[in-house]
Every structure is written in C-alpha cells, then in structure tokens.
Ligand binder design. Structure first.
Ligand SMILES: Nc1ncnc2c1ncn2[C@@H]1O[C@H](COP(=O)(O)OP(=O)(O)OP(=O)(O)O)[C@@H](O)[C@H]1O
Ligand SMILES: [Mg+2]
Length: 234
C-alpha cells in the first residue's frame, strides 16, 4: 500500500492529541455516525514524489541492514543510516517509513499520529526564515513542529554549512526527541562520529542509544542507472 500525503503542514498542534470524545460518549450518541469527526489515522507530511513506490523489497541487496533496520522500527526504536552518495539511504528511510505506517495504520486511538519526511536542508532553511523582524514563524514553533511528530525522517543531515546557532537548534531537536523516545530516522553521508564532531559531541551518544547505526556500502545507483540509460543524470 502506497503512502498518501496529508495536505498543509499544520503548525505545532499538541491539540491533535487531545481526545475529542470518549468511546462511551460515542456509543451512547445516536448521531454518532454523523458527528464523528473525519480524521486520518495517520497524517503524513513531506513525502518526496521521487521516492514514491520505494520499499525494502525493491532496495536490492543489503539484506542484513534491511533486517536490522526493519526490526528497529517494529521495536519502536530509531535508525541512523550512513553511506556515500546514491547508495540508497533515502530509499531505505522511505521504505522504513512505510513499515512504520503499516504497523500503526489500524490502531484504534483518539488522535491522529503524524509522520514526516524532512530534508535537513529544509529544516535549516526554515530556521533561517525565522531570523527577520517580520518573520511569521518563531524558532520555537519550528522546533516544536518537528518535536511532536511521532515519526520524523531527517534526510541528509551534515551536507549543509550551518552556523553554530543552527547546530545548537538541531541538537535541541534531537535531544527533545531523544528525551521523549520519539522514533527518528536520520540519513547522512557522514559517519556518526563525524556528524557528532560537526554538530555537537553529545548528538552521537544520543543517536546511538536511540537505535542501530546502519551502514550502506554499495555503489552509486544514480550513476549506474544513468549509465544504463546511456545519458547523464537529470
Ligand atoms: N540497492 C538499491 N537497489 C535499488 N535501487 C537503489 C539502490 N540504491 C539506490 N537505489 C536507487 O538509486 C537512487 C538514489 O538512491 P537514494 O536517493 O536513496 O540515495 P542516497 O544514498 O540517499 O543518496 P544521497 O546521499 O545523494 O542523498 C534512487 O532512485 C534509489 O531508488
Ligand atoms: Mg538521500
């Protein structure tokens, strides 16, 4: 089953988690079927079109890594995926998001779960847009939005040059998710110890406690695919 995107990313919405009506109230209300609020069991944000249809089944090879990563997601843990360019990190992250979705989609609860695919570069771009006097969003709103997601994929962290301040904000996001035991999938071209050195020493220690580190050591599939097509990559 393909993941289906929710429109309009909402601002921090702890209110999403406030139970609307108790089960007893629903059962005793004759208008129950009419008045029951329509909601998706899981709201999905930021799904990249390019990764549509990617799954662990069509990620060739990596059987050990796929098994470890899938078990972590089933267990409620996080996953850190590292590897060089084009080795399938984002593909694996998207596939894991789908596994998480399949696990939770039929759960009966009174609020929607939220899952999001967030390119790290977009996170830092959004933070920068809070700098100005006329900014409509505050830095704290940005952090809270991504702290409350039940599953957050942070794709490609470490690729961008960011200020000390942005690094500390990113650390704060990870630390909050760590403290709240919220599942997080992080992909990076950097190994965990290098990412720690680049962002904050305390980050590596937290990420390794949150779940397994998965290393993808294969070839660059983009180059491979473009060679096969006989063209340059788009
Ligand atoms: N093992 C694989 N089997 C099948 N397709 C793969 C595999 N590895 C990569 N691909 C495909 O190659 C393309 C690039 O993969 P992906 O975007 O996941 O790479 P990445 O490791 O995230 O690269 P980057 O570091 O540049 O972000 C995608 O279309 C992906 O589906
Ligand atoms: Mg990627």
């Amino acid at each position: 089953m393909e993941l289906e995107q929710t429109q309009d990313s909402p601002l921090p919405a702890e209110s999403n988690r406030i139970p609307r009506t108790s089960t007893t109230e629903l059962l005793s209300d004759p208008l129950n079927d009419i008045e029951r609020p329509q909601r998706k069991p899981i709201e999905l944000y930021g799904l990249p079109k390019r990764l549509k249809g990617k799954s662990l089944d069509n990620l060739v090879g990596y059987s050990e890594q796929k098994a470890t990563a899938a078990a972590a997601i089933q267990n409620g843990d996080s996953v850190f995926i590292t590897g060089s360019c084009g080795t399938g990190k984002s593909h694996l992250a998207y596939g894991l998001m789908n596994i998480w979705y399949q696990i939770h989609k039929d759960e009966c609860r009174e609020y929607s779960l939220r899952a999001r695919f967030l390119p790290a570069v977009e996170f830092f771009h959004e933070l920068k847009s809070t700098y100005g006097d006329n900014a409509e969003t505050t830095e704290d709103q940005v952090i809270v939005r991504y702290t409350v997601d039940d599953l957050l994929v942070i794709d490609d962290i470490g690729a961008e040059k960011v200020s000390d301040w942005s690094r500390q904000v990113f650390y704060l996001l990870i630390d909050r998710r760590y403290r709240d035991c919220r599942q997080t999938i992080i992909t990076s071209n950097m190994k965990l110890q290098h990412l720690s050195a680049a962002i904050d020493d305390r980050i590596g220690s937290r990420i390794s406690e949150m779940g397994p580190v998965i290393e993808l050591t294969g070839k660059d599939w983009r180059v491979e695919n473009s060679d096969r097509r006989g063209s340059t990559p788009r």
